[in-house]
Design a protein around this ligand. Structure first.
Ligand code: SAM
Length: 254
């Protein structure tokens, strides 16, 4: 019987493997893209019989410095079901490759060929938007928030205010007020202390972070009264707090 510790260790290993697999799964798509660009399925198909690795390498339009990569490249494509290894005599001789049902769909002349579809989807034009998914519509503007803040409909300050003393926060908020539209708002994402007194662990976490701010920046985490004090000192008329776990969204209105 597996011990409790052994169970946890194997669960952790499985979870780590699962995460690693998902981090690296792009290799499946991109190796398939390389295989079609090199025309590997058509080369093996045209060979007419199981194709030895050396013959395959000799047929590929690749730089000699990369020929040694091909057996490893074919190994992963075989693992993912696109080619199959064929051995005349088990455990002897050179490995040979044959097509699978999946790689037949990558032949350029197959009536149901998926080659063009693959090339279209695994193309930088289709893939690049993924890299912008989390940053789209954000314009980065450098500057010192104590000097001036660029005009905007609204301004978000996420984990900013807890780094600064009260006078500095009031200065930042005043600069925000000058920069936003009259119907805009400042959205502060930061902690509101003492808002979850019933949760011992969460309160302890808040106290830890307050200590950190004190030691690192001579700054602080604030309770609602202290936030209200900053907000009204900077000339704002109202605010609304929405807790989101450890942190809160504090909407501040001109
Ligand atoms: C704790 S980080 C928060 C970053 C980000 N908002 C987040 O939530 O991950 C504080 C940020 O304030 C920026 N900062 C510090 N002093 C500044 C200043 N005078 N003007 C503008 N930004 C400043 C730092 O560059 C840093 O990116």
């Amino acid at each position: 019987m597996e011990t409790q510790g052994g169970n946890n260790a194997s669960q952790l290993l499985r979870a780590q493997t699962h995460v690693w697999n998902h981090i690296l799964k792009f290799i499946n798509s991109l190796s398939l893209k390389c295989a079609t660009e090199l025309g590997i399925a058509d080369i093996i198909h045209n060979y007419g019989q199981p194709m030895p690795l050396s013959q395959l390498i000799a047929s590929l339009p690749i730089h000699p410095s990369k020929t040694s990569f091909i057996s490893r490249f074919m190994r992963i494509l075989t693992h993912s079901g696109f080619f199959s290894e064929h051995h005349d005599t088990p455990n002897e001789g050179e490995v040979m490759y044959v097509l699978t049902d999946a790689s037949k769909l990558l032949l350029k002349d197959h009536p149901s060929s998926m080659k063009s579809l693959l090339q279209l989807i695994v193309d930088p034009v289709s893939i690049n938007p993924w890299f912008q998914f989390s940053t789209e519509n954000i314009e980065y503007v450098g500057g010192d928030m104590f000097q001036a803040i660029p005009s905007a409909d609204s301004i978000m300050l996420k984990l900013i205010m807890h780094n600064w003393k009260d006078e500095e926060c009031v200065k930042i908020l005043k600069n925000c007020k000058e920069s936003i539209a009259s119907e805009g708002r400042v959205i502060i994402i930061d902690m509101v202390m003492e808002n979850k007194k019933e949760d011992h662990e969460l309160t302890e976490m808040q106290l830890f972070l307050d200590m950190q701010m004190m030691m690192l920046f001579s700054a602080k985490e604030r309770n609602e009264k202290e936030w209200a004090n900053l907000i009204f000192s900077a000339g704002f008329s109202n605010y609304n707090i929405t807790p989101i776990g450890l942190f809160s969204i504090i909407e501040v209105y001109p």
